[in-house]
Design a binder for this molecule. Sequence first.
Ligand code: ZN
Length: 752
Amino acid sequence: MLRIRRIYDDVLPINKEILSQVKEILRSRFTAVSEEEIESIGEKLRNPFKQRFRTILYVAEKLGGRVLGFALLLHEPEIGFTYLDWIAMATGRSGGGIGGALYEKVRQESAILKVKGLFFECLPDEENFCPDPGLLKENRARLRFYEQYGARPLVNTSYEMSVNPGDTCMPHLVYDGLGQDAPLKRSFARKVVQAILERKYSGLCPPDYVKKVISSFVDDPVQIRKFRYIKPEVAHAEVESRAYEQVALVVNDRHDIHHVHERGYVESPVRIRSILNKLEKSGLFAHMKPQQFPDQHIQQVHAPDFVNYLKRACRDVPEGKSLFPYVFPIRNKTRPPKEPSVLSGYYCIDTFTPINQNAYPAARRGVDCALTATREVLNGRRIAYALVRPPGHHAERRSFGGFCYFNNNAIAAQYLSGYGKVAILDIDYHHGNGQQDIFYRRSDVLTVSIHGHPRFAYPYFSGFEEEKGDGEGEGFNLNIPLPEKVNGEKYRKALERAITRIEQFNPTFLVVALGLDPAKDDPTGTWSLQAKDFEKNGQLIGALGLPIVVIQEGGYRTRTLGLNAMNFFNGLIKAAQEWASRKQRPKNKIHGLTFRQDISYEDIERVRKLVEITGFFTGAEIDVAVELVQERLEKGDSSGYYFVMAEHYGRLIGYTCYGPIPCTESSYDIYWIAVHPDYQGRGVGRQILKETEHKIKTGGGLRAYVDTSQRVQYASTRAFYERCGYLMESLLPDFYAQGDGKVIYSKQLVRK
Ligand SMILES: [Zn+2]
């Protein structure tokens, strides 16, 4: 089976392995690509904006992880285009539909990002530009392939002009309008070309070459080559399956067999129908059939004896009967009780979660739904929703209860954790004790829950603020218990706190345990959230810009369930779309940024975390960053190290370390500058640097020096210094390593 999957980073072993295969394909298929560029792919994935392009990698892989092909797409949100950097198949596997599938994925992605066009280069298919007959044949096949989508080279420009005399076979720039039928405006095309030549080919194209190419774009609109291989009417320019933008919706098709008729059993089948009725009308969701997944996914989060018990006990209860526990033996692993009704209490936490013939199959199908939604997100979908019951978040590693049997959100998170860090955000009215218990000792899955305080709300025994995780997991569980009366505004304060913690954690994926019981008049809750509040909550969560698996938990006021769910998704989808197409540097300045110079012992860890989270420094470099803080603490001014710490509402989001250069009269070195990834591209670096220069001047400094590497990865760093008024003073070739020189910048500080 072939699947196309998005790769989010190069940190986890599974992704490392995939990436090494991608690099191997690049090496074997494109011999002209430098090793440095090949090696920089991982870095680009981790630091999407380092080269002022956001990098998106899709791989086509066979079961077992063999990569058959990949596509590397660059997104330029400010100008609004995507650039297909590479699309390549493993050797000997050209075609076979894989290239087509990958290209369609790239078009879908571009459509979601709402760009004005997709661009890429293609070697020429004209004999006079490409003398090699074999290559010519290949190039023709390629351009014919793209013509099917309406994508053709730009003409009547000098894009193909050689950089060095004697260069042959210069590529065309191909434009895919993604079926939008809009003319290609000259001003837009010029910006696109400038960005490609300056960033993608930085160091290869001299400035006057770039200028010449740009000024050769005279036609407005820019002309696209006539169809050469197929009839225009045969081309299929619309983006396949715009449905891809929709939320994948997986509904438990076997939920209604689980129907407990006891009085007051609010967890009933009508809940799903009320939600579904609203969602289906919106057109924002695409139904997906639940797929079957092996038990192994469940056993990774639940104890095997517990899983077996549920399966067996549900099977053994007479049809139509329900077994409710009423005795709760203290758990004794060596001697579980024999009597079925007592045994149920051995695994259960309360008296209202029955064992019966339908509970197991319904819950088991719910797990399949959660995993189907999760896999969809792993494949690159932004948002997937498992609309399931019975719910899951009260099910712990070895116990069930609170209407829950298997912990769907923990099973989803466990699956995702193989591909990146995961945060679970539980916004049900009741504490998410299940996933807290399951991940309590782990630091790769952050569990956050906002809920009614256990002193008055179910499950009563957990959800206290002091439960913070244990061992390696210490600090990776956050409980935000709230009082009995909470309105939308008060709730959002708590949600903002939860989101700040998630941002700090910087996960690859987010699982939302969606409870709708914070709603006004919910029979199990005491809060008063209205439909509009759910929309705002959705917005706050969507603005995180993470791939999200939403899993249905509680919510029992059937009259408003659908409306509240719809409002939540409206907010979530809108904010997620805004995030996807948001400008690299939003106009809005960061408010509330404060600076300080004094250092405390807490800063040692804070600086370490900050420098680590940027993902830009090696272990040794991180150690150096921390040592500078320690030295400052020990020796004060005589250490020669001074700091400017930038904080946003008490959180360290960036800093510089600088100091006077010994044996100079008034020259200062800026040793270190780091900005938290969430705040990059928002003018924070510039503000910190400005503050630092101000402090240097106050200390009597007249010149500031800063140095960086010559390598491609540092192009944006160099551009940053230049924008801040720094001039390149010198280049020390091969300083750091062969081919990796040191660039020294300086700025004359004017005393006022
Ligand atoms: Zn609940």
